[in-house]
Design a protein around this ligand. Structure first.
Ligand code: ATR
Length: 270
């Protein structure tokens, strides 16, 4: 069977082996998928040794998406834009191909839940790696406007400059937020620390959606807050499954059905 892996640090709680093993059973692909903690200062070496032992591809998570980007021989357009790689593939020529499926994962999840994006006003919070990966696929949905805000406003400005050619994208600091928005996506890591970005009260339109890229057994502070302001809520678990499905498709050229895996992972969380 072909070998795949997810690399991160820490990696103990990764659900990727479970997700990909389910995908493989469902599509009758003969693969083995494990998880491995790479040392903080030795990602490239860890990847090379995995390839030498017959590894065919890997997913890459925190904090190695930048290291993965740096070691690739060739890159997809969306990975070049994101400057981050979450999916590595060994090509027939032995070269390493890097892609970023995070953004597609987000959009697929939004589509799955029938969250409209085209012509809508979308607020994106954060300007780190997660948001970098999401912007190109998001702008491809042709939202009316995307507003990017970040604690450090200059970083939002930089991102807006980098992606300006792809659509109607504006940036600012939290103080400049002018609602309401149809969709608000929290791509900051504030939820990890149980913190809520300083958001104004009139953030949501009637029927608006709030999306947190984070997930956990308990709802994030951002989603709790959004609920009290009347927004419909989604966490990042669907995005996790969908980015995995896109990686699986890259490696195996078959697209798994994510519905059943979504349910399984959700049950495991609770
Ligand atoms: P990731 O790869 O998960 O995006 P990152 O690149 O470290 O991680 O980015 C983290 C993002 O969360 C940044 O946009 C960060 O804001 P700064 O650029 O100002 O650091 C944001 N962030 C982290 N903690 C936050 C908090 N408590 N409130 C608001 N934003 C926060």
């Amino acid at each position: 069977s072909d070998r795949y892996c997810v690399f991160g640090n820490p990696i103990e709680h990764s659900k990727s082996p479970l997700i990909h093993t389910e995908f493989a059973q469902q599509t009758k692909q003969d693969i083995e998928y494990t998880k491995e903690r790479a040392p903080l200062d030795g990602f490239a070496e860890t990847w090379r040794s995995f390839v030498e032992k017959g590894g065919r591809g890997a997913n890459v998570t925190v904090p190695f998406k930048g290291d993965a980007f740096a070691l690739c021989d060739t890159l997809s357009k969306r990975a070049q834009r994101a400057k981050a790689v979450n999916t590595l593939t060994v090509g027939g020529n032995g070269l390493t191909y890097g892609d970023n499926t995070d953004g597609v994962g987000l959009i697929r999840d939004l589509n799955y839940h029938r969250v409209p994006l085209t012509d809508k006003r979308v607020l994106v919070i954060g300007a780190g790696g997660a948001v970098r990966g999401a912007l190109e696929p998001l702008l491809a949905e042709q939202p009316g406007e995307v507003v990017l805000v970040n604690r450090t406003a200059e970083k939002a400005q930089q991102l807006a400059d980098d992606f300006a050619d792809l659509g109607e994208l504006h940036s600012g600091g939290f103080k400049e937020i002018k609602g309401p928005f149809d969709v608000v996506i929290n791509g900051s890591s504030a939820s990890l620390n149980g913190e809520l970005p300083p958001l104004p009260g009139n953030l949501f339109t009637e029927g608006a959606w709030a999306y947190d890229m984070m997930y956990g057994a308990v709802q994030t502070v951002f989603l709790k807050w959004a609920g009290t302001h009347g927004a419909k809520r989604l966490d990042g678990l669907g995005m996790l499954v969908e980015q995995a499905a896109e990686a699986f498709f890259l490696w195996r050229n078959v697209r798994p059905d994510t519905t059943q895996v979504r349910q399984m992972i959700r049950q495991m969380l609770n």
